[in-house]
Design a protein around this ligand. Structure first.
Ligand code: ADP
Ligand code: MG
Length: 301
């Protein structure tokens, strides 16, 4: 098959692994720099232009859209959808996963376990909002943060109030969330491909840190999920409409709760921790599912 990886950086581990794994399975794999794509969106014959030429008709596109280019990146994915190209994750699903509030509302609608979470835009509602999530300690999050940046643990109500006020003063959109203390600085990254959790790891925050992100120095190891954790991850992926994603779960006293769903999950941490060929499994999914006009949105919405 002819497959394009949309990625800004061909030297990233995930991008390199995806190219390698695809070629090892006999595919032609091109790495396309998302920001160098441009297009005539009104043409009745939609195409993507790249380096002065029309890109060929690919059988599948693997979008690896970084959170700093969500807006442009999803527009490029949408253009491929308009061409009828099978996109491993659809543009709308990527956009919804980037907004933590929108994601939690969707997950909540499907009855998926979540940390108690509140949202407000006015500082005069802070006290009641805090009370509703059970008071301090609580976690305050920027809606579009990533890699642990913009996630703050407030240990007292006073600290929580001042952090919330400061963020609101900057006109930043935030969530206030119950702190799942019993997770002890660890979370589960469940890597979903199609309708399976193909690999899972437990990430542990370093001493003195509550955020388990690998970018914040977290350590990862292989973990065996319970039936409940596995079912929660699959339900979350389905609710988000993502075929390939990383579902992050906290082990709470009330069972698994989903923190977020990542539409471009990194391959390095999970492949190293689990020794699984996750990239290869993504191609297995593509080989089974990539047919023209298979995307549900067809670039609309
Ligand atoms: P990001 O998108 O920046 O990764 P997350 O919501 O995933 O933001 O939070 C980063 C990390 O902070 C998580 O991996 C987890 O370890 C910790 N964390 C986030 N929310 C909570 C919470 N409600 N309770 C306990 N720990 C949390
Ligand atoms: Mg995270």
């Amino acid at each position: 098959m002819k497959i394009a990886i949309l990625s800004r950086n061909e030297s990233l581990y995930s991008t390199r692994r995806l190219k390698e794994a695809g070629e090892a399975r006999g595919h032609q794999v091109d790495i396309i720099d998302t920001l160098h794509c441009y297009m005539d969106i009104t043409s009745s014959n939609p195409k993507v232009r790249y380096m002065g030429k029309d890109l060929p008709q690919y059988d599948a596109v693997i979008p690896r859209i970084g959170s700093s280019i969500t807006f442009y990146g999803t527009a490029v994915v949408r253009q491929f959808e308009m061409m009828g190209t099978f996109c491993v994750n659809e543009s709308v699903a990527i956009s919804r996963s980037r907004d933590k509030l929108r994601s939690l509302q969707l997950l909540s609608r499907k009855g998926i376990g979540l940390p108690r979470t509140g949202f407000a835009s006015k500082p005069d509602k802070i006290r009641d909002l805090l009370r509703n999530v059970g008071g301090a300690p609580c976690v305050i999050k920027l809606l579009e943060g990533t890699q642990g940046i913009g996630v703050v643990l407030a240990e007292t109500n006073k600290a929580a109030e001042s952090v919330i006020e400061a963020f609101m003063g900057l006109k930043a959109n935030i969530l206030v969330q119950e702190y799942i203390e019993e997770a002890k600085g660890a979370d589960l990254r469940c890597f979903v491909v199609g309708d399976k959790v193909v690999a899972a790891m437990k990430r542990q925050a370093p001493e003195g840190e509550f955020r388990s992100n690998l970018h914040r120095g977290g350590a990862a190891k292989l973990v065996r999920l319970t039936k409940d954790e596995r079912a929660t991850a699959l339900k979350a992926a389905k609710a988000m409409g993502l075929n390939v994603c990383g579902v992050d779960i906290l082990q709470s006293n009330n069972g698994p709760v989903v923190m977020e769903v990542n539409s471009s999950p990194g391959l390095e941490g999970i492949e190293v921790a689990t020794h699984k060929d996750v990239a290869g499994l993504i191609y297995e999914f593509i080989e089974k599912n990539a047919k023209p006009h298979r995307n549900r949105t067809r670039g609309i919405g």
